[in-house]
Structures are given as structure tokens and as C-alpha cells.
Design a binder for this molecule. Structure first.
Ligand SMILES: [Zn+2]
Ligand SMILES: [Zn+2]
Length: 410
């Protein structure tokens, strides 16, 4: 399947000339990778269970003549496209996992599992990265350094497949100098690009508050301290907190009580925090803890709070974001490239890579009529595949040929 091109010796400075050959190859391969995308779509697998998906990915990469490492961070797959010329290493990342939900759209390649579905387009991201890998293998002579392909497990929920792969050294040997990834964006014109420097996605932390009162007979309120009343007061206090830009506290769970005539000894409240910097995370935790302590003190009860940090804010590096904007402008024209005004409230474990190496996470439109991600009618738009693959290729090739420092000048 590996196509030998005679035009491989291309002046790296003439990106626009090479682009036509690259696009031609990508267009030729689009039917093959569309089939792969739909095959993955039909066989969705949840986080850390992506065995079949990883096998499909590994098979395709081997067909391209690459050495493939599987089982990284669980079910992750890694391969390196080496130009055999000294230079930097750029990583491109896609996610393998699907979601535990039922697909409702009647597609010819509908999920065969009634309780699993590719509702976030990770099938499309994986097929895009495979297609980019294929093209990069065929254009190896037109860049320096290496491209590391990262297919990671378990992005959804709090699986943190990125962290698992980092722990197993995915960013080392060869050391990754910069990392890029895209996510499809429903409701946005197909193929149009959107991102921003700094925080592009929020971080999230879950919390559990246990409020202790003094339980007893419901007919003797004077002898009890009712934790439900304390909880009600506390929820109101939390609701009235003045929060900073991009800071969110949502109470999403209340558990307590077992009978109409018993005042329970304790109740449990749960919820989630969203924030755009790690400092904000700290200040939200402090505000919530202080508010809780003041509320229980007023009623004579007690309380404890536990936090579990999930994903950090996804923070794009300035130079690498400039790089994505520059390539996207060049490829798509100004009207199809938009600077995102505010960070999204969703969270992403791509944040963990960006805590270690500079890079940029960007969105590409999945079409205005697309159902939203995590909706049972959602489907990745196959028309996006060649556009996304070409953009990933050109981001990598141009980064490697300009060796980073030029990026500072935009
Ligand atoms: Zn998702
Ligand atoms: Zn996703």
C-alpha cells in the first residue's frame, strides 16, 4: 500500500507547491481511511478496552512499513516516522475510545454494541491520524527529524489515558519537542479551524462533601441537628458565591435520609469544579472549603470535603498556537480560521501532554448540521477526514523544517 513517490525531493521552503502533491495523495487515500473510520465506528470500545481498535491501528501502521509499539499505557499504540535526518520530534495524537451510550442514528455502519458508541468522533480522529501517517511516510524526504504518532486509550470520563502513556515514557526517547491534536467541532462549518493561545479547555475537579449533624426521632427536632437543613443552607451559600472568570461550582448530587420519621446523622453532597488555571483550581477549593466550614458552624454540625482532580486545564503554548494559525490560514484562507474567544468548559486529558511539552490543541468543524458530541445521533463527518489529515501533515512538516525557533517570530 505504501506509495513510492518520485517527487520526494522537494524544497522545504516551498510548502505551497508541495501541498498540491500531498493533497493529491490524501485524496487518493480518502476512500480507504473512510472505510477504516466506519469499521472502527461499528466496533466501539470503552477506555482501556480498545483492543480491536488498537489492532486495526497497528495493522495499518505496519502496512506503512512502520515499527509499532502496542500496549503503551494500557492499549495505546505508538509509531515513529523517521526522516533519518537530524531534527526535532513532533508528536501527533488521536484517541481510541468510545462512550457508554446507545447509538440512535440509522447508519449502515451503526455500532454493533447496543451500549457503546463513538459519540465523540474519536473514530474519526484515529482515521485522520492514520491517513496523516500514510502521507507523512510518503513525504519523509521533505522533512527533517521525526513524527511520533500517539494513539491513546481512555480520554473520556476520567480515564486519563494520556497520563498513563506519559507515565510509560511516550514523550521520551526520542524526546517530543512539540505536540498537536485536533478535535472535531459540531455546529461549526466543516473543516474550519478554531483555537486560542493559553487555556483552550477547562480543568475539572470533583468534590464530595459529607455533612454531619445529630440524628434522632423526627418528632424531637430540638434534640437533633438536622444535616439536611445544614446542607440546604450550604447549597444556597455556594450558589451565591461570587466566582471569577471561567470558574464554576456545580452541585450535582444529594444523598441522605432513609425514612420519613428519622433525622439522618449525615448527608452527602457531590459536584464538580471547572476552572481555567491551576491557581483558579486552588482558589475554588479554598472558597468552597471556607463556605462549608462557615455554614456548618452556624448550625453546630460538622463537615468534611474531599476533592479529586481529574483533568488540568488544556493550555496551548503561544508559539505552537501561532504555528497552527499560520498553517491553517495558508491552507484554508482567513475566513475559515477563527480565534476562540473563551476557553471551552469541557475538559481534555491532552492537558497532561501540554504540561510537559509545548503544543496546540485545536478544533475543526464537523459541519453546521452535526449533532453535538455525546449525543446519541452524533456521527463524525467523513468529509472532514482529508482536510484534517492534510492540516496535521502540514503542521508537522512545517514545524520540523523550521526547527522551532522560527516559530517565535510567527
Ligand atoms: Zn468526548
Ligand atoms: Zn472527544
Amino acid at each position: 500500500m505504501n506509495k513510492k513517490l518520485s517527487e520526494n525531493k522537494i524544497d522545504p521552503a516551498k510548502l505551497h507547491l508541495r501541498g498540491n502533491k500531498l493533497r493529491q495523495l490524501i485524496n487518493e487515500m480518502t476512500p480507504h481511511f473512510t472505510e477504516i473510520r466506519q469499521k472502527i465506528h461499528m466496533h466501539p470500545e470503552l477506555g482501556y478496552q480498545e483492543k480491536l481498535t488498537a489492532a486495526v491501528v497497528a495493522h495499518e501502521l505496519k502496512q506503512m512499513g512502520l515499527n509499532v509499539v502496542t500496549g503503551v499505557g494500557g492499549t495505546g499504540v505508538v509509531a515513529i516516522i523517521d526522516s533519518r535526518k537530524p531534527g526535532k520530534t513532533v508528536a501527533l495524537r488521536a484517541e481510541l475510545d468510545a462512550l457508554p451510550m446507545t447509538e440512535m442514528a440509522e447508519l449502515t455502519y451503526k455500532s454493533i454494541h447496543p451500549d457503546k458508541m463513538h459519540a465523540c468522533g474519536h473514530d474519526g480522529h484515529t482515521a485522520t491520524l492514520l491517513m496523516a501517517a500514510y502521507a507523512l511516510c510518503n513525504f519523509k524526504n521533505s522533512f527533517k527529524g521525526r513524527v511520533k504518532l500517539i494513539f491513546q486509550p481512555a480520554e473520556e470520563g476520567s480515564g486519563a489515558g494520556a497520563a498513563a502513556m506519559i507515565q510509560e515514557g511516550v514523550l521520551d526517547s526520542p524526546k517530543v519537542d512539540a505536540i498537536f491534536a485536533y478535535h472535531n467541532y459540531p455546529g461549526f462549518p466543516m473543516g474550519a479551524v478554531q483555537t486560542r493561545g493559553g487555556t483552550v479547555l477547562s480543568g475539572n475537579t470533583n468534590f464530595t462533601i459529607t455533612v454531619y449533624g445529630k440524628g434522632g426521632h423526627a418528632a424531637s427536632p430540638d434534640l437533633n441537628i438536622n444535616p439536611i437543613l445544614i446542607g440546604a443552607g450550604l447549597i444556597q451559600e455556594i450558589h451565591e458565591l461570587k466566582l471569577g472568570n471561567g470558574q464554576i461550582i456545580s452541585i450535582t448530587e444529594i444523598h441522605g435520609g432513609s425514612s420519613k420519621n428519622i433525622v439522618p446523622g449525615y448527608i452527602i453532597l457531590g459536584g464538580t469544579l471547572r476552572y481555567i488555571t491551576l491557581l483558579d483550581r486552588q482558589s475554588l477549593k479554598e472558597q468552597l472549603t471556607i463556605t462549608m466550614n462557615e455554614a456548618v458552624l452556624a448550625y453546630g454540625g460538622e463537615a468534611k470535603i474531599e476533592f479529586i482532580d481529574h483533568y488540568s486545564p488544556t493550555i496551548n503554548a503561544a508559539a505552537e498556537t501561532q504555528h497552527v494559525f499560520r498553517i491553517a490560514h495558508h491552507l484554508l484562507g482567513n475566513e475559515k480560521v477563527v480565534t476562540k474567544q473563551k476557553p471551552a468548559r469541557a475538559a481534555e486529558d491532552f492537558s497532561f501532554y501540554l504540561e510537559k511539552v509545548p503544543g496546540c490543541y485545536f478544533f475543526m468543524g464537523n459541519g453546521e448540521n452535526s449533532a453535538s458530541c455525546h449525543n446519541s445521533e452524533y456521527d463524525f463527518n467523513d468529509a472532514l477526514l482529508p482536510h484534517a489529515a492534510e492540516l496535521l501533515c502540514r503542521i508537522a512538516i512545517d514545524y520540523l523544517n523550521h526547527e522551532g525557533p522560527n516559530l517565535q517570530k510567527g
